[in-house]
Design a protein around this ligand. Structure first.
Ligand code: GLU
Length: 293
C-alpha cells in the first residue's frame, strides 16, 4: 500500500481571548470548519494571547464554550501563543542579528505629540492602512553607540522592523495567492505602507505579525481564512515569511459582518455576542443564517 502523497490542507481559526466572540467570529470559525470539511483537511484552533494585559482565562473559556455550542470540533492540544514566547524571541533575534530590526524608545504619547505638531503646522504625516501614524524615523537613524547606551540604561523599548532594509533584503516584489471575497488571484504586496512595524513590545514579548507567521508555518497551515480587515496586513506577513524562510499559505479573506451603521462589529457590543445570542434562545442554525451561510 502506498501512502497518499497529497498533504492534507490545514485550516485554522485564531481568535484573541480579549473579549467575547461575536457574529464576525462565528462566520470566520464556521467558514474555516466548512472549508476544512469540503477539502478533507484539518481544522485547528489557536489562541492568540500574546497581549497578557488584555487576554483573560475567562474569555478563553468563552471561546471554547461558543465553538462547542456551534458544534465546531478542533484538534487538541490547542496552541496557546503565550506558551511560546521563546520561539518568537528566537525569530526576532535572527532579524536583529541580520540588522533588520532596531530598538524603538518613543512612547505612544511621544509619537502622538510629534505627529500632532507636524499636522498642526499643516504638514501631512503618513498613516498605515489602519489609519495609525507611521513610526517616526528617529530611532531607526541612531548610531550603534547611541542605541547601545540607551539599551544599557534600561529604557523601555520595543523592537521594530526596519522596513526599507527588510524590503531590500528580500530584493523582489512579493505577492500572495488570494481566493477570498475581494480581489482574487496573485495580489502584489505593499509592506512599505505599514512603515517600521512592531515585532515585540516592552509589555508583550512578541507582536501579532511575528507570531502569526511563525505559528502558521509551524503548524503547517496551508489555508488562512480570516476577515477582510486583515487583507492589508498580509503584505507584512508575506515579507516576514520571506525574511524568515517560511512557506506562504493560500489566503482567503472573507466579507465582514457589520452593524446597522456599516461598521465592523466590536467585542464590546454584547447584542451581537455569541454567548448573549445563545442566552436569548437562538440556535446554532439561526447563527448560520444570521451570518449568511
Ligand atoms: N488573532 C487575530 C484576531 O483575533 C486573527 C489572526 C489571524 O486570523 O490571522 O483578530
Amino acid at each position: 500500500m502506498t501512502a497518499n502523497p497529497r498533504q492534507k490542507p490545514v485550516f485554522r481559526f485564531a481568535p484573541s481571548p480579549n473579549g467575547p466572540l461575536h457574529l464576525g467570529h462565528a462566520l470566520s470559525a464556521l467558514l474555516n470548519r466548512d472549508m476544512a470539511i469540503s477539502e478533507e483537511g484539518r481544522f485547528l484552533l489557536r489562541i492568540e494571547d500574546i497581549d497578557l494585559t488584555r487576554c483573560t482565562p475567562e474569555f478563553e473559556a468563552g471561546i471554547y464554550a461558543d465553538l462547542e455550542w456551534l458544534a465546531i470540533d478542533w484538534e487538541r492540544p490547542v496552541r496557546r501563543q503565550s506558551e511560546h514566547f521563546e520561539e518568537y524571541q528566537a525569530a526576532l533575534d535572527s532579524l536583529i542579528a541580520e540588522g533588520l530590526a532596531y530598538p524603538s524608545f518613543m512612547t505612544r504619547g511621544e509619537i502622538k505629540t510629534r505627529v500632532g505638531s507636524v499636522e498642526a503646522d499643516g504638514g501631512p504625516w503618513p498613516r498605515d492602512p489602519d489609519g495609525s501614524p507611521l513610526y517616526p524615523p528617529d530611532d531607526r537613524k541612531r548610531s550603534d553607540f547611541d542605541r547601545q547606551q540607551l539599551l544599557t540604561s534600561g529604557l523601555k523599548h520595543a523592537w521594530r522592523l526596519d522596513m526599507t532594509k527588510a524590503m531590500q533584503a528580500v530584493g523582489e516584489h512579493l505577492s500572495w495567492e488570494e481566493t477570498g471575497d475581494g480581489n482574487r488571484g496573485r495580489i502584489p504586496t505593499d509592506p512599505g505602507a505599514w512603515g517600521d512595524v512592531v515585532l515585540s513590545r516592552s509589555d508583550a514579548p512578541s507582536s501579532y505579525h511575528l507570531s502569526v507567521v511563525l505559528d502558521d508555518a509551524l503548524q503547517g497551515v496551508t489555508h488562512v481564512v480570516r476577515g477582510l480587515d486583515l487583507f492589508p496586513s498580509t503584505s507584512v506577513h508575506r515579507l516576514l515569511q520571506a525574511l524568515l524562510g517560511l512557506p506562504a499559505p493560500v489566503y482567503h479573506h472573507h466579507r465582514l459582518i457589520t452593524d446597522e451603521d456599516g461598521r465592523k462589529l466590536s467585542k464590546s457590543r454584547s447584542d451581537t455576542g455569541l454567548a448573549e445570542l445563545r442566552e436569548r434562545g437562538l440556535s446554532p442554525a439561526e447563527i448560520r443564517r444570521l451570518v449568511g451561510l
